[in-house]
Design a binder for this molecule. Sequence first.
Ligand SMILES: [Zn+2]
Length: 301
Amino acid sequence: MISKAGIMVIDAHAHYFTANTMKNWLTRGRTVKSFTSRTASRTDMTSIELPDENWDTAQKWVDELDRYGIETMGVMVGVEAYDEFLETMKRFPGRFIGYANINPAQPDAADKVKQAAKDGFKGIKLYPSSWKGLKVYDEPCYPVYDACLANDMLVFLHFGITIGGQADLRNGNPIDIQVPSRDYPDLNFIIAHFGAGWFREVLMMQYQTDNVYGDSSGSNSWMKYLPYDIDLKQIFRKMITTGGSHKVLFGTDSTFFPRGWRINILEAQVQACNELKADGVINDEDIYKIFYGNIKEMAHL
Ligand SMILES: [Zn+2]
């Protein structure tokens, strides 16, 4: 399948947001009002459709993927959307990669990883800034990493700034994953949004480790909050010249409708990479890996 951007594309990082996800949010005390005000000031979304009982999340995304020629989309799946997502994988084989949201503070977290692997998930998602006190290098996380290693699961991590207004950014520094990455050299750790502000630390880890990756997902609007100017092209150049093109995974962070699948993210990142190609920094093989090959290989698709 060739995308609208003229190359083969797998979106390594998006979200599976259902009517149940919405309900769960509201019961956790979040309000639509505070959420929409944060998204209005911090994202490109002017409106959000709230899923209801008639909402067919799977079909909506498959229609989007077909429209733009996207082969597969990797999605973070919360507990509340888990069962619905199992059906989705059966209904649309090959179109989704599942990463199960895991909180290592829960005593059955490692069992949940094993179950997810059995259910066809390819990885887990950790969101340390949403945890209460626990660090990714703390002892309760290790059984989770053991289970990931034993079941060949990827570990996605959201560090850095986040739309979640309740986040604890003391847990936001990706350098926290250096010790686990050292202790688990055969496990692959993928830092979402290139660290969402802690880009320097993600680059440092390209020196220190061989198993810490960066995903390019989202608008990378964290660039705006750095005290110096940096753009997409420079981000890709830095990641590739420090870690290599095999360390970068394309993603969109698509989550909501009516925005749908974020073709503008793909276009902007393809353009940045084409400019790097024109500069002689990367070649077509590198572009293939970033937008398609790396995640295909790492998730054994
Ligand atoms: Zn995300």
